[in-house]
Design a protein around this ligand. Sequence first.
Ligand SMILES: NC(=O)c1ccc[n+]([C@@H]2O[C@H](COP(=O)([O-])OP(=O)(O)OC[C@H]3O[C@@H](n4cnc5c(N)ncnc54)[C@H](O)[C@@H]3O)[C@@H](O)[C@H]2O)c1
Length: 270
Amino acid sequence: MSRLEGKVALITGAGSGIGQGIAELFGAEGACVGVLEIQPQWAKDIEARLKSAGVKAFANQGDVSIAKDAQEAVQRCVREWGRLDILVNNAGTSVQGTPTLIEMSESEWDRIMAVNVKGPFLCTQAAAPAIRAAGGGSIINISSISARSCYPQRGAYSMSKAALENFTLQSAVELGQWRIRVNSISPGWFRTRMNAAVYERPGELARRNATIPLGRIGAVEDVARLAVFLASEESDYITGESIEIDGGLLAAALKSSAELARLRPNLGIS
Ligand SMILES: NC(=O)c1ccc[n+]([C@@H]2O[C@H](COP(=O)([O-])OP(=O)(O)OC[C@H]3O[C@@H](n4cnc5c(N)ncnc54)[C@H](O)[C@@H]3O)[C@@H](O)[C@H]2O)c1
């Protein structure tokens, strides 16, 4: 039997990258998939892609940082399929060429915190009563190794992911009484639309691959397989955890100052 048969999942930001990979694998594992995606065309595209693969699916165009959009996506899952079992707070943003903390604008700070922190809060608040009514389930927050390891010029991104990981703990403590498990996945280096410009630099991919103990950057399927495990009953006694999925990147102590000094030119830091 498929591992998510009979389950209903809502995935934010699934019009691209990691969220798209999670939506497709959840569908292949038997889940009905609702999507909340801010880009109108990407919302249409993922709905069509899922349906053409035989998955029961819809995609609402909307913004995770707007409470009404979060609530409507949850209500549509319940309206269409009678329940909600799984929420994946995947939508996230970073600003390319992020300035230093000193240069960062107030509007950049506000946008990153709105999408990466307030969005998961609003979606969790909207989804938890429906997941409780289904008898419990799983919430997965897509964080980042940046929650634990800072580079210069990451602006508010690293802080937003650290806040998200604490939100995971808080949610796990409060929602456990309803058999709702809450965990974070913290990806390392993945090539998606979010960071496409980084990988256009000559030699960047090879340099990154060489830095990672497992010898390659991640693929969205790596995260999707972990998300299926955390969404399914196979992880029934796991909550309040953050699982790094980085090919050993953090284990290799990239953040050591010697390594950072070697990487500085590649990171665009002079
Ligand atoms: N790519 C990486 O290397 C990497 C590493 C660590 C963590 N992450 C995290 O993984 C998650 C997915 O990122 P990705 O790499 O797939 O990037 P991506 O840009 O390909 O996908 C992000 C998706 O979220 C959508 N989105 C953005 N703001 C939204 C909003 N306010 N409401 C609804 N949808 C919104 C975008 O339109 C896009 O479809 C993010 O939370 C990101 O921080 C990515």
